[in-house]
Design a protein around this ligand. Structure first.
Ligand SMILES: Nc1nc2c(ncn2[C@@H]2O[C@H](COP(=O)(O)OP(=O)(O)O)[C@@H](O)[C@H]2O)c(=O)[nH]1
Ligand SMILES: [Mg+2]
Length: 405
């Protein structure tokens, strides 16, 4: 077959006799110019699960043929030097991306922007290490070398650059998993009704019997290109009913996990007190504006006044939510955001190694101690791009892919 040319063919099935199984287009990519770097043949057949499954099943009956394990194609591409580890992880990010912003980010990683950021850190660190080690090598000779102290500022700036990237992880994680936004408030303030309007169709049960929502219900909605996990809760009021108490417990757990809280009061029911984690933004909603002016004991600083009956104020509420989410956005000046826990942990260890070196210098420890911390930092950076990544970590990364990627 002519390399990289689409060739028409037919597939016969052993069980079908003279009948044709499917018309296909086959493309041959000889090594090394293929996705994995190996010889690759791609068969395009007509869509549909039956055709695909049957063909895979027939092919698997041949000797030396088996299905790929999850992530195996990307693993092979990585092992054959076709992509670095941060790009390989970006393939998984692209597969799992639920919205526009997460997808754009995975594309940046896929095309190596993260790798260049880390490579630059590595090069700068290598320069410093070589200087310090050169001094160690020549310390018994009469050569004037720079003392590690001279490198203090540079090492600190490396730590800051790594920290800046690490600081994007909180936002990056939410890009992938969505922002968790519970509706909290007294029974009958309209939490379930708001949940339904925001979601666009009636899913939660709405009644005027207090305590109807006994469990938490989630819905994914999109706000300014970000995924939001909207959570309808039972509220935080004390209750004697067993099932309702369980729901209230769930509400407390939701408050602990919340990224943004929608605190609901209505013109006829005052707000309830609740505690959130540190620095969690709270948007105060006043519902049932159609019933007229609010009664007494209402909280100030209302972020959105709405009515689930007339639909008034929901654009403003969505806008407020969008502003709050965009206010939580973090990226490096290069526009990078990390989304992988592995990368975050590795960067954290790298910052630790830099700080170790800084402490060694400040305590006037010998240059060999400083050099050892910095060498350690070099190895850690290598783990991000995959030059020094242990096999079990590789297994974990590629195991998270779906089959056939
Ligand atoms: N007039 C009016 N009634 C509302 C509004 N939103 C909800 N309700 C009513 O308030 C009651 C309680 O609503 P629900 O969503 O179940 O409140 P929850 O207990 O906080 O989940 C129901 O009878 C709703 O129809 C609103 O904007 N205006
Ligand atoms: Mg409810």
């Amino acid at each position: 077959m002519k390399p990289r040319f689409a060739t028409y063919g037919i597939i016969e099935h052993p069980d079908l006799g003279d009948d044709i199984f499917d018309d296909v287009v086959v493309t041959y990519f000889p090594t090394p110019n293929s996705a994995t770097g190996e010889d690759v043949v791609e068969i395009s057949l007509h869509g549909g699960a039956y055709l695909q499954q049957t063909l895979l099943e027939v092919l698997s009956r041949q000797d030396n043929v088996r299905l790929a394990t999850p992530g195996e194609f990307t693993l092979r591409a990585f092992l054959n030097g076709k992509m670095d580890l941060s790009s390989a992880e970006a393939v998984a990010e692209a597969i799992h991306a639920q919205d526009a912003v997460a997808h754009r980010q995975s594309q940046r990683h896929l095309h190596g922007n993260l790798r260049s950021y880390v490579s630059q850190l590595k090069q700068d660190l290598l320069k410093i290490v070589s200087f310090i080690e050169a001094e160690l090598d020549f310390s018994d000779q009469e050569i004037d070398m720079v003392s590690p102290k001279q490198h203090l500022v540079q090492i600190e700036s490396l730590a800051t650059r790594a920290q800046n990237l690490l600081d994007t992880y909180f936002y990056g994680q939410r890009l992938v998993e969505g922002f968790r936004v519970p509706l909290i408030g007294a029974p009958n303030t309209g939490k379930s009704s708001i949940f339904n309007v925001l979601q666009g169709y009636n899913r939660a049960i709405v009644t005027d019997v207090a305590g109807t929502t006994r469990d938490t219900i989630e819905a994914l909605i999109s706000i300014a290109g970000h995924t939001v996990v909207l959570v309808d809760t039972a509220g935080v009021r004390e209750s004697k009913n067993k099932i309702e108490v369980l729901g209230v417990d769930r509400t407390r757990q939701e408050l602990e996990r919340a990224d943004i809280v929608l605190s609901v009061q209505s013109t006829d029911i005052p707000p309830e007190d609740f505690n959130t984690g540190n620095d969690v933004p709270v948007i105060r909603i006043l519902n049932k504006s159609d019933l007229g002016q609010p009664g007494e004991k209402m909280q100030p600083d209302i972020g959105a006044t709405i009515s689930c009956v007339t639909g008034e104020g929901f654009d403003g509420l969505r806008q407020k939510l969008a502003e709050t989410i965009l206010g939580m956005r973090r990226k490096t000046s290069e526009g990078l955001i990390i989304t992988s826990q592995r990368q975050a942990e590795t960067l954290r260890r790298f910052v630790g190694a830099c700080k170790g070196a800084v402490a060694a210098i400040n305590n006037a420890a010998g240059p060999e101690y400083v050099a050892s911390d910095l060498r350690n930092g070099l190895t850690i950076l290598g783990e991000i791009t995959g030059e020094a990544t242990p096999d079990d970590i590789l297994g974990e990364i590629f195991g998270s892919f779906c089959i056939g990627k």
